[in-house]
Ligand binder design. Sequence first.
Ligand SMILES: [Zn+2]
Length: 448
Amino acid sequence: MQTPMPAHLQQVRLPRWLLPSDWPQIQGHPAPAQLGLSQGRITALTPAAQAQPAHSGWNLHGALALPGFVDAHVHLDKTFTLPRIPHVEPGLLGAIEAMMTDRAGWTAEDVRQRAERALHWAWEAGSTRLRTHVDWWEPDRVPVAWPVLRELAQAWRGRVRLERVSLMRLAFYEDAAQADRLARTVAASGPDALLGGFVHTAHWNETGLRHLLRAAQRHDLDVDLHVDEELEPSAHGLATLARLTREIGFTGRVVCGHVCALAAQDEATALRTLDAVARAPITLVSLPATNLLLQDAVTGRTPRQRGLTLVKEARERGIPRLLASDNVQDPFCRLGSYDPVEALAIGALVGQLPDPFDTWSEALCRADWLERAPAAVQAPSLIGAPADLVLFADADMHGFPSRAARRVVLRDGRLAHGQPPAGWLPSAAHAAHAAHAAPAPASSFVLS
Ligand SMILES: [Zn+2]
């Protein structure tokens, strides 16, 4: 049995950032909407109070809804390895050491099984797009996970768009000819591949960074980097990137993950860097869970510094900024579930973010912020967009993202995961639904 595609969603509470600026308010909050759905797309958006009554849809009675999520920074090659690793020293270096030991046993099948489980979890959470980093340990050998993840990207096409980033040390790019060779290899390895690198004071290499950008430009690749994932105030990877993109005239997008060091710098230096970032084709991605676990981590001592980058100051400057999962159940982070809402919940607390639903949920949904020409401050229009929606059965705007676990995922307007509460369904279906006391198993709703 498959629940039919609803033609309308009535009384849907959408976040403020997604609505036109003249959208009606009720007591200072956006009024509920009515959405028209047709052929897998959103075809109409009307304030519910002005909409024609519709009998062929679901009435959400004010339940919250968000567009499908983008989880912009994960590590599918490492995921779910923690259960087989006996001991991990605290901090980033301890995690790297534990990972080095485990990766000696990686096979294509091992990576495939772990990554596929992650994709299923992401799909159930409501993500439509994932970007994974993949460790490249040697410049002349493509790692075992790279082609496996390409195969999975093809297998999951239409459900989750999977992008791959080559995570390499900057030293690999120091030689310009080798940098060019690496970029060519990545570009030739299929669609949705990006050039990546690890930018850190312990491996600082400005020449490598410059060659990385030049090689990416030559091979028409976008770039995604781990940047300043440390609390060293002198770290200047982000500032250097802002300068180099201008010097080179870089035309792609550079996504910078972590950038924790901004939070450890004096205010004037950090804000000067953000001013430069705002003029560069740079998107920031903050990974609150992993940074809480790895920054200022010393055995037997309570951490004092928290490692979240300056997300509020970035927002003030109109810098595209996303929140993402990062490591899930591996030596770098023992928690995680490929649910971007979890990243928002942690970020909202550690960053004291006001209005998680109406303002900060944007940081889970703006896939265009990974593109070369993002829609800037204004959200892209909902009309004409695929009807990929995450509907929250229990959450409300005051407590969000608390009680966000029970959700209904629509993909192309059809039910992909979860079960609509009986009270959402039209009355005839409602009665039929109530008559069948036992709901159909969730798996019968999963489209493939
Ligand atoms: Zn990462």
